[in-house]
Design a protein around this ligand. Sequence first.
Ligand code: C2E
Ligand code: MG
Ligand code: MG
Ligand code: MG
Length: 290
Amino acid sequence: HAKGEGRNTFKFYVPKMDANADKRLLLETSLRKALDNEEFRVYYQPKVDITTKQITAMEALLRWQHPTLGLVAPSEFIPLAEETGLIVPIGEWVLRAACLQNRKWLEMGLPPMKVAVNLSGYQFQQPNLLDIIRTVLADTGLDPGLLELEITESVIMQNPDFAVAVLAEIRDLGIHISIDDFGTGYSSLAHLKRFSINTLKIDKSFVRDVEINSADAAIATAIIAMGNSLNLKVIAEGVETEGQLTFLSENKCDEVQGFLFSTPMPSEDVADFLRGRTTLVAPVSLNSAP
Ligand code: C2E
Ligand code: MG
Ligand code: MG
Ligand code: MG
């Protein structure tokens, strides 16, 4: 019986591994050509001030429109891009695209908002990161105050001393810095106070059950309290329900982001999205629908 099971498992497992290996190879080969073939798209998801409901920023989220595989999620190709080093040119492309897009929105007369770009760990370690950022800002003419960089807590905590230095250089350019996925990366308070950062972004894993799980609620409120006392803004990601929004508002979270307000959208939809919001005319109360 056990033997038969083992054989079945074996038969099943090998082709699956091959399929995964094939897909990986296909992804890796096509990832090298994706930039040249203009297969990347940037989607944008708003960050919302919890009190005024104004849009403070648009986060750039990368999408890959693969010719045969269709839309590939960042979770499937960002790790691969990191392993192959391709994240450096891809990341520079995203940064440039997002800065250019923000210039365009300004020129269209939209109210000024930051554009937030995710930086991977591999990019963060590149010695020429600052040169790239300076060049992109100079080329696009975007005010550095309208750029925000998101770096995950785990990347920063890999080498806190190095991070202190790089973050200070980035901040000296006038760029905002957020710590993404905060709460998952074991920052100590001692480290946190040394980082030149503006915002803590509560990871969506704590937001999801914040109303029903007392541990998640405790973590979220602790992050908010810590951020407030360190003079940092706190934003919650992954906000999907009015209940989560109410909890975060009652606990003095500054900003929110999530499907409740908008899923990530193509740049062409942003102007309509902003126009469709009565909140741009007059702030509405928290309990009315966004
Ligand atoms: P992230 O930066 O933490 O982005 C948040 C992810 O949560 C995004 O997934 C977003 O679409 C998703 N999300 C937003 N609102 C909600 C919500 O209400 N509920 C739920 N369940 N999910 C929500 P996405 O776009 O698939 O990106 C996943 C990750 O890929 C990002 O996590 C980021 O780490 C990475 N990524 C995306 N674009 C880039 C990029 O240009 N460069 C780098 N280095 N990484 C990127
Ligand atoms: Mg992010
Ligand atoms: Mg995040
Ligand atoms: Mg995340």
